[in-house]
Design a protein around this ligand. Structure first.
Ligand code: 2BA
Length: 109
């Protein structure tokens, strides 16, 4: 079994939650905040069997869009030596950031 952490943009989150639920997957939706843009995004927890991974990633890539986002004033990048680097005016966000974790045990009590 695997646990997917899917970090997606808020405008995609409702449609993704609906598509996954309609496909029979269990989903938990958490409000989260991106560390770089400091804007709200959504993290979905999705518990699946190993063989369902391709099906879920297909749904996620179909629903989630890439978008250009303006940087907020004060957003900055620090290089490994601690020097602030120039950052662009916009960044491309998404479609989705996925973490796939092995699940040692799944229980419903
Ligand atoms: P944010 O941290 O708000 O990042 C938004 C976008 O800003 C990123 O899009 C990326 O294009 C850019 N970005 C992020 N950190 C940067 C940096 N240090 N320097 C320059 N540009 C940077 P995505 O890569 O699509 O990430 C979307 C969201 O997914 C992130 O929002 C964050 O909430 C999450 N995320 C991405 N990578 C992650 C990671 N390795 N660990 C945990 N969360 C991650």
């Amino acid at each position: 079994m695997k646990l997917l952490l899917a970090i997606v943009q808020d405008p995609d989150a409702g449609r993704l939650q609906k598509a996954l639920t309609e496909a029979g997957f269990g989903v938990t939706r958490l409000s989260s905040t991106g560390g770089f843009l400091r804007r709200g995004n959504t993290t979905l927890l999705i518990g699946i069997e190993d063989e369902q991974l391709d099906g879920v990633t297909e749904i996620v890539s179909r629903v989630c869009r890439r978008r250009q986002e303006m940087l907020v004033p004060g957003a900055s990048v620090v290089d490994p030596e601690g020097v602030f680097s120039t950052v662009p005016d916009t960044v491309e966000v998404g479609g989705a950031t996925l973490f796939v974790l092995g699940v040692e045990r799944f229980m419903k009590l």
